[in-house]
Ligand binder design. Structure first.
Ligand SMILES: [Zn+2]
Ligand SMILES: [Zn+2]
Length: 302
């Protein structure tokens, strides 16, 4: 759930921690944090009713990985409101980054109405992954696409999906007991995107459980503790946690089977936990993991 107070608190903590030790991380937190806060503001003003999927629809996505809630009942996105929100988000982005005049001009030339036609808004509310794919195909300049259009579109879309996705995730969570271990979903049950980040959180009665979080729509769902969140393998010998010695709360769940490294936060109490800010903060671990890998390879050769 996009909550300005939670976002602000998490941003302040990590920007403070990294300002000296890792300035590039502090900078990403400031830039993407500004977009995240704008998304929370747009979401708070959004008057579109929260989608109430039926219990049968909820149960169907728990049983069938190929189904998503949004495919069965779309989140209505008003094209004009979406376009205005894209412009708003673009402004915030350009105000928070330093760019040269040439790059700024390219960004300012982006015509947001291209990304918010009636049919694209319809697609965005039904299948966000396909919508993002359509955006990629629409954009002529690769740099402008990666560095500007995709973040602006992604954070804006999130603002429109967040309330319905959060509500549905709470209802889904209530349908899945902590202690029954049937196979859980890899892709987000609400929108179908892959999980961005995992967390191990405390439950009142059943100890720690693992949850996955989707930063595309704001959905979250329970997952097996010992299972790769990317390829789904449960082979214990393929899975391990790696982390910086100084910080065992932020780890990578590394899978040998698919060569992935899922950022995983040992969050304790879920109250105040902000998956979106954690996701930005944990991008710093990608560099750490590259170093670890080359160290391990060197050890293997020695
Ligand atoms: Zn999702
Ligand atoms: Zn894997």
């Amino acid at each position: 759930m996009l909550n300005i107070k939670t976002i602000d608190r998490a941003l302040a903590k990590y920007i403070d921690q990294t300002r000296q030790s890792d300035p590039s991380c502090a900078e990403s937190l400031a830039i993407y944090g500004a977009l995240l806060k704008e998304a929370a503001a747009i979401a708070a003003e959004n008057t579109t009713p929260v989608v109430q999927w039926s219990e049968d629809e909820l149960k169907a996505v728990l049983e069938d990985e190929d189904k998503t809630l949004m495919q069965g009942g779309q989140i209505v996105i008003d094209p004009a409101h979406f376009e205005a929100s894209l412009r708003r988000m673009a402004k915030v982005f350009l105000a928070s980054v330093e760019t040269d005049d040439e790059a700024r001009k390219l960004c300012e030339e982006v015509d947001w109405s291209d990304y918010a036609t009636a049919s694209l808004a319809d697609l965005a509310g039904t299948d966000p992954m396909q919508y993002m794919q359509a955006i990629v195909e629409l954009s002529p300049d690769e740099n402008v696409l990666d560095l500007f259009v995709l973040p602006v579109v992604g954070f804006t879309l999130r603002a429109f999906l967040d309330a319905s996705a959060t509500h549905a995730s709470q209802r889904l969570e209530a349908l899945v007991p902590d202690t029954v271990h049937e196979e859980r979903r890899l892709a987000c049950p609400v929108c179908g995107a892959p999980a961005a980040i995992a967390a191990v959180v405390e439950t009142p009665r059943n100890g720690n459980i693992k949850k996955l979080y989707c930063t595309c729509c704001g959905g979250s769902w329970k997952f097996e503790r010992i299972r790769c969140a990317v390829c789904g393998t449960e082979a214990v010998s393929d899975l391990e946690y790696v982390h910086d010695e100084a910080d065992d709360k932020h780890r990578l769940h590394v899978c040998k089977n698919c060569d992935s490294a899922m950022p995983t936060v040992f969050a304790g109490d879920e109250t105040g936990f902000c998956p979106d800010v954690e996701n930005i903060y944990m991008s710093r671990l990608a560099g750490f993991w590259e170093e670890e890998k080359s160290r391990k390879e060197a050890e293997g050769e020695a």
